[in-house]
Design a protein around this ligand. Structure first.
Ligand SMILES: *Cc1c(COP(=O)(O)O)cnc(C)c1O
Length: 466
């Protein structure tokens, strides 16, 4: 979307808001709410000065954490509804945005292969996962919840919140859950639910969902997919050839519940997670006094199937407008956005493989690239020190900076691919890049050049003893 399209749309939103208000008699904001022009200007100056203390999340040179601005369509959808400020807790809090929420959630459910579902938006992935784990505990009281050692840290915390026993399953060399380890845990422990992560937050690894679902069917545990980060990559799994692991993503429709974060790869501003259940009858678990049929009826009351109460109707409006402009399709809309991010990761991984100073930690499964700099000394501590230095130098460079992130991984992960790494520490700090903007695809050669240069400069400085 161009800047002038955006400005034009903003003006249309303000005009539409004024027109909408003409249905009711004129009113004037109360004097207590008045702010002088001078105060406003001064306050804005202060705000702008403070907001300068940020990293350029919008720019492809920012290749660090999972951060980027929302799509302009999302901002417009948000702003248009925010002027009214509906609350999606209840239908009478905002009929229009509640309906939009049902439509977008239906689109997401269809993307995952659910032919029916119960679900809604949430304020975040954490809350969405909490809800799924709470439902799991209600259905399997007293049984444990298992997740991989690389699962999001909030699963352990949320198990404490709901008073469920949690069991950590070791991960294999690719960062995904070790299915053999899960198998033996299931035989010895009373497991009610297994959380499978599609796109671990650290390295973007995929748990072997197909095998986990099959094991769940044989052993009678539920499967919850935490696809907060990777869920929208489902769109790329049916391409020919598939751009992501098809077997893993094709199993989403067989999971009992799924969480995805539109505020990560769905182009949304923060405040937009989503939880889905395959069996709508879990709606009976939410304390309320309506009969079960209520949940399959068309006038579903979102507040009665949600742990949260008030939620911004504007989030639903933002996602709805975004999906009108960029639908959940493989070849158009969101698909090509994700395909570019995936290509960026593959491209950079290819360049790193030929580098004499950067080493790939893992083959990327999605769009997160993890690597480390090393020269001469291949020990965990030397690699950690050099990663720290490259991270800092790249970010602080006067010109052509690069914003990376750091990740602490078990040294044995490095050794799996590079047996010469000396484990003088159990943990090693490596570098991590989330290439979640389509602009990264074209920028990757430049990113690579810059990072290689920072790595050589830092390594040479080390060797000369300064
Ligand atoms: C980001 C993330 C979460 C947490 O979601 P928030 O929206 O940050 O609360 C949970 N699981 C995974 C895999 C994630 O990537």
């Amino acid at each position: 979307m161009t800047g002038s399209q955006f400005e034009h749309a903003l003006r249309r939103i303000l005009a539409e808001q004024a027109a909408w208000r003409t249905q009711w008699e004129d009113m004037h904001p109360d004097d207590t709410l008045h702010v002088s022009g001078e105060t406003l200007e001064r306050s804005l100056d202060e705000l702008f000065a403070r907001l300068r203390d940020n990293y350029p999340f919008y720019h492809p040179a920012y290749a660090g954490q999972m951060l980027k601005p929302p799509h302009p369509a999302a901002m417009l959808g948000y702003f248009a509804a925010q002027l009214i400020n509906p609350n999606n807790h209840a239908l009478d809090g905002g009929p229009a945005t509640a309906q939009m929420e049902k439509e977008v959630v239906q689109d997401i459910a269809a993307m995952f292969g659910y032919d029916r579902h119960l679900g809604h938006l949430t304020s975040s992935g954490t809350i969405a996962n909490l809800e799924a784990l709470w439902v799991a505990r209600e259905l399997q009281p007293g049984k444990g919840i298992a997740y991989s050692e690389n699962a999001h840290y909030t699963h352990g915390r949320m198990c404490e919140v709901i008073g469920a026993r949690s069991i950590v399953v070791p991960a294999g060399a690719d960062g995904g859950m070790d299915i053999d380890a899960l198998n033996s845990i299931v035989l010895s422990e009373n497991i009610g639910t297994v959380v499978a992560t599609l796109g671990t937050t650290g390295v973007g690894a995929l748990d072997p969902l197909r095998a986990i679902v099959d094991l769940g069917r044989a052993r009678g545990f539920r499967v919850h997919a935490d696809a907060a980060y990777g869920g929208f990559f489902r769109l790329l799994a049916d391409a020919d050839p598939p751009a992501v692991n098809r077997e893993v993503f094709a199993a989403t429709g067989d999971c009992d519940s799924i969480v995805v974060d539109p505020h990560k790869h769905g182009l949304q501003p923060y405040g937009c997670g989503c939880v889905l259940f395959r069996d709508p009858s879990v709606g009976t678990l939410y304390a309320h006094d309506s009969p079960y049929t209520y949940f399959t009826s068309d006038d579903l009351h979102l507040g009665e199937i949600s742990l949260e109460c008030s939620r911004a109707g504007a989030s639903a409006s933002a996602l709805w407008l975004t999906l009108r402009c960029l639908p959940l399709r493989p070849d158009t809309g969101l698909g090509p956005v994700l395909a570019a991010c995936r290509q960026a990761a593959l491209r950079w991984a290819g360049l790193i493989r030929t580098s004499s100073i950067l080493y790939l930690l893992l083959e990327p499964a999605l769009d997160i690239v993890t690597f480390f700099p090393a020269k001469g000394v291949f020990s965990a501590s030397a690699i950690s020190a050099l990663s720290d230095r490259v991270f800092r130098d790249a970010m602080q460079a006067e010109s052509a900076p690069v914003y990376l992130s750091k990740l602490r991984v078990r040294t044995r992960m490095l050794q799996a691919r590079y047996p010469m790494v000396v484990a003088d520490s159990e943990w090693t700090t490596v570098l991590r890049s989330t290439l979640m903007k389509p602009e990264h695809e074209a920028f990757v050669p430049e990113l690579h050049r810059r990072v290689e240069r920072f790595a050589s400069l830092a390594a040479n400085r080390d060797n000369s003893g300064t």
